[in-house]
Ligand binder design. Structure first.
Ligand code: 13P
Ligand code: SF4
Length: 312
């Protein structure tokens, strides 16, 4: 039996569901029961009937799974799989910020630690951030954290003026520069452009997007699963994709007749890539590494996450 077959056998024997994010390496995506975006995976974690959830993604995602499914065992194959965006705000930063705006509603991206989520009113992901903000009464101030590019995107899409945005960023998406994008778009004149709202080039492009085009072509600002749905439905055959490059594997696999090119080949998340097939096998066979969230933190954080799950 090869490693892949051994994993599939062990997962069945131990009643484990494997959830993998769209940025995982191809071999890991291939052994997963579900591959998706942060929202989709949190939903799968909340409804699974399996005893154990093996999360192939980064630490905050596994914590979210542990919060929504407190009776399950949640494993991550590498505890070092962190996230630069989630590291861009501490719980003390948030407490101090809330003190400065005591009546504000705190909305945090799912890319935050469980401790931060316990201080939030609402949690959101890139696929529902606009709708979460729309659900908050207009006279309420909003503290939006930690991603400044997603925050600017949401504020532009909702027209919300009373929204304060934390100046955090994801180094992978912030590293996709408008020059990279322009070069790729110039070399593929018929391609549609799909872009993740965490990208730094999102903000300047919003004005063009609002006008329905960018350099005379279609532009879609979407979460990773939003991208997956869009590229399969679109009439276009070519796409320039501005997000972490791991998603291209799934796009190509599900749409073999279409062409996908990364806006930047350097857009690789080293944290997502820490999860290898060997580590998945070790995790399954040795029940490591268990991700636990203290009950008090989990109970508080669950409220914000449940609000996120209720809004699509
Ligand atoms: P989504 O998959 O929710 O769009 O998030 C992207 C991301 O950067 C997760 O770390
Ligand atoms: Fe975090 Fe960025 Fe990696 Fe996503 S791509 S896990 S936001 S560092």
């Amino acid at each position: 039996m090869n490693l892949q077959e051994e994993i599939l056998e062990l997962k069945k024997e131990k009643d484990v569901v494997i959830l993998a994010h769209n940025y995982q390496i191809p071999q890991v995506q291939d052994i997963a029961d579900f591959v998706g975006d942060s929202l989709g995976l949190a939903r799968q974690a909340a409804k699974t009937s399996h005893k154990t959830i093996l999360f192939c993604g980064v630490h905050f995602m596994a914590e979210t799974a542990a919060i929504v499914s407190p009776e399950k065992k949640v494993l991550i194959p590498d505890l070092e799989a962190g996230c630069s965006l989630s590291d861009s705000i501490t719980v003390n930063d948030l407490k101090n910020w809330k003190k400065q705006h005591p009546d504000a509603i705190a909305v945090g991206y799912v890319n935050t630690t469980a401790e931060i989520k316990a201080e939030l009113d609402y949690c959101c992901t890139s696929s529902n951030a606009v709708n979460v903000v729309k659900a908050i009464p207009e006279d309420k101030e909003i503290l939006f954290l930690p991603d400044m590019f997603l925050g600017s995107f949401v504020s532009k899409m909702t027209g919300r003026k009373n929204m304060y945005i934390w100046a955090g960023e994801c180094h992978v998406h912030a590293g996709i520069k408008p020059e990279d994008v322009t070069q790729k778009l110039d070399s593929m004149t018929n391609a549609e452009f799909v872009i993740h709202p965490e990208c730094s080039c999102t903000t300047p492009m919003l004005y063009d997007v609002a006008a329905g085009n960018y350099k005379g072509r279609q532009v879609q600002i979407l979460s990773t699963e939003g991208m997956m749905n869009h590229v399969s439905k679109s009439q276009s055959n070519q796409f320039v994709v501005a997000t972490e490059t791991g998603i291209l594997y799934r796009m190509r696999k599900q749409n073999p007749e279409k062409t996908f090119v990364a806006a930047s080949d350097k857009a690789e998340c080293q944290y997502m890539k820490m999860i290898t097939l060997q580590k998945v096998f070790d995790s399954l066979s040795e029940d490591k590494y268990e991700v636990k969230v203290p009950k008090q933190t989990a109970d508080k954080a669950r409220l914000a996450i449940e609000r996120m799950l209720a809004i699509s």
